[in-house]
Design a protein. Sequence first.
Length: 79
Amino acid sequence: MASKTISLELDAYNRLKSTRRPGESFSEVVRRITLPPAKATAADLKRAVESGKFGRGVDWTSVKRAVANRTRSRDLRHA
């Protein structure tokens, strides 16, 4: 797997390190404490609302799941 070297200020590194669980890599910590990339932007939503297409063809089950996962992700940051 490819890797990338990044620079962190010491306080950021210490916060990341203190969040790390036993046996967990820094990559795993970052994946655990960050949200996945958004599939749509606020601009996409604005365009849909303005065009009158908002809600048509929306998979509301996926929307509810995304909201539930966001709450869960926020909780995991404080675990």
